[in-house]
Design a protein around this ligand. Structure first.
Ligand code: ATP
Ligand code: MG
Ligand code: MG
Length: 264
């Protein structure tokens, strides 16, 4: 008897990753839509299972936050892991055609992701795969998703970091002393990619420059904004702002009158 087919009606496939595919489903008993992520590789071995379980254990340990893709439940079925999550509209992947974001929109993404990162870092977890692909949007709210690379901040186990294009130099040198700051660098690189409008290359001058903290000039963007991004990709993880410090940056100050950010 399949829990998946008993409890859910599969609507359509909405994405696929390296080891998984994601479906939009209707839960029969409550009449609501969800996203279900199924592992596509059979998890026979204990080590494979344990790695796959890190994702759900991180999600479950974190609990609810507005800027994190919601987690409902998970189970094994025929050696596949199923994860029932909040259904989002889409991710910020630059592979999907989208108009370039304004500075106000970019600041909103940084602010909301900084709040998500502050929340997970305070719970002792690093994401380690922050990139446009893993930032979702639902009803105008940005949500961090895909905790497939998440690890404990003080982990002594070898980490499995995410997409190398968004990784700072210290991680490539196998220095894992400030894993919270890895997420800050990745967020900075992700924002730069959104401005650029095309995928960051795997190697070459641009990626070298970013890892050295050299940001190309961003015409049309304020000096204050460019300095913020530069600080986020500082090659020294200690000098990079923490998520908590980012959230407090005056650049995000809210207009008391409208309750809106001054830049929106
Ligand atoms: P990768 O190996 O590339 O990191 P993955 O196997 O970890 O991928 P996810 O990134 O979690 O898988 O999901 C794959 C794709 O499915 C996403 O890029 C996105 O298009 C879609 N997707 C995942 N989760 C959701 C969700 N909650 N709501 C809407 N779409 C989703
Ligand atoms: Mg992903
Ligand atoms: Mg993943």
């Amino acid at each position: 008897l399949s829990r998946y087919w008993t409890d859910f009606h599969e609507i359509e496939q909405i994405g696929n990753g390296n080891f998984s595919c994601v479906f939009k489903v209707l839960k029969r008993i409550d009449g609501c839509f969800y996203a279900v992520k199924k592992s596509t590789r059979l998890l026979h071995q204990d080590t494979e299972r344990r790695k796959a379980l890190m994702e759900v254990q991180a999600l479950a340990a974190l609990g609810f936050h507005e800027n994190i893709v919601g987690y409902y439940s998970s189970w094994f079925e025929n050696e596949q892991l199923f994860i029932q999550m909040e259904l989002c509209d889409h991710s910020l992947s630059i592979r999907k055609p989208s108009k370039l974001s304004t500075e106000g929109e970019l600041l909103e993404i940084i602010y909301q992701m900084a709040k998500a990162l502050q929340f997970i870092h305070e719970k002792g977890i690093a994401h380690l795969d922050v990139k446009p692909d893993n930032i979702y949007i639902k009803n105008g709210v940005y949500k961090l998703g895909d905790f497939g690379c998440a690890t404990l901040l003080d982990s002594t186990l070898p980490i499995e970091e995410g997409d190398a294009r968004y990784m700072p130099q210290e991680v490539l040198n196998d220095n894992y002393d400030h894993l919270d700051k890895v997420d800050i660098f990745s967020l900075g690189a992700a924002i730069y990619e959104l401005i650029r409008g095309s995928a960051l290359p795997e190697s070459g001058h641009l990626s070298l420059n970013l890892r050295e903290g050299k940001l190309p000039l961003l015409p049309g963007h304020s000096v204050q904004f460019q300095n913020l991004l530069k600080a986020m990709i500082d090659p020294d993880p200690v000098r990079r702002p923490s998520a908590k410090e980012l959230v407090k940056n005056p650049i995000f100050d809210r207009d008391q009158r409208t309750g809106k950010n001054h830049y929106s």
